[in-house]
Ligand binder design. Sequence first.
Ligand SMILES: NC(=O)c1ccc[n+]([C@@H]2O[C@H](COP(=O)([O-])OP(=O)(O)OC[C@H]3O[C@@H](n4cnc5c(N)ncnc54)[C@H](O)[C@@H]3O)[C@@H](O)[C@H]2O)c1
Length: 249
Amino acid sequence: MNDLTDKTILVTGAASGIGAAVVRQCVQSGAIVIAADKDDPAEHTGLGMPHQNLILDVSDSGAVRRVISGLKHLDGVVNAAGIVGQGSLQQLDEDKWQQVMDVNLTGTMLVCKYAAQLMLENHTKGAMVNLSSAYGLTGGPGNIAYNVSKSAIWQLTQCAAADLGAAGIRVNAVGPGYIETPMTDMLKNAGPFRDQFVAMHLLKRSGEAEEVAAAICFLLSDDASYITGATLPVDGGFTAAHVPMVNLG
Ligand SMILES: NC(=O)c1ccc[n+]([C@@H]2O[C@H](COP(=O)([O-])OP(=O)(O)OC[C@H]3O[C@@H](n4cnc5c(N)ncnc54)[C@H](O)[C@@H]3O)[C@@H](O)[C@H]2O)c1
């Protein structure tokens, strides 16, 4: 397990799935965690002092600024808050598109922006990890708002890394494949579609939130001290190859 002793780490989306797994692993690795979510994270994390639980809507610019500027110090940030927004280009409700962009993209940008401000003021060589997706690294049908928002996280991560690198602040992302969390509950009963989807991952299984959290904790830690601007697929090989077996013989 990576050493995060005494590092103060803000985790958004901390009340569920990948964010909750990050909270658990950060605490086990010695970090002081500030767990934030639009739903009260205290009900899910069970964290007490010296940790903190905060209710925060990441798409609310004023709230993000107030919360982060009220902190004394931050060594790390994990942007795990996110929502789905299914629908093809033709089916897509425009309000839903905007909501997905507001939470997944603008919310991540706001947390990065104000966390960077605090780190720069304190001369902290901090680390940020954003949640992209395997579906942000490839195209695909029926999920345009979500996939575009996650593709933009890839670019946001590179641009923020470029802006902050000279100050020693690292910004990376992970691109998970199919991870079993409340977000993907709807796939559990999707029968053959689920089986086909799992088969598109080279390891022929879905992933667990703890497997994504382990990669995130590595990127937060000093073990990743020369990695910035990267989006690390944590996807059982989904983005490496998803063509069917070819037998021309
Ligand atoms: N599960 C997967 O297969 C998968 C794959 C790729 C990427 N991801 C990404 O990983 C991240 C975590 O996903 P998950 O599977 O743990 O989902 P989840 O639904 O289990 O957890 C998401 C959390 O984000 C919180 N949230 C939603 N809107 C918010 C807002 N406006 N402000 C603050 N918190 C908010 C929710 O309350 C919830 O606790 C998301 O960004 C998701 O897009 C997940």
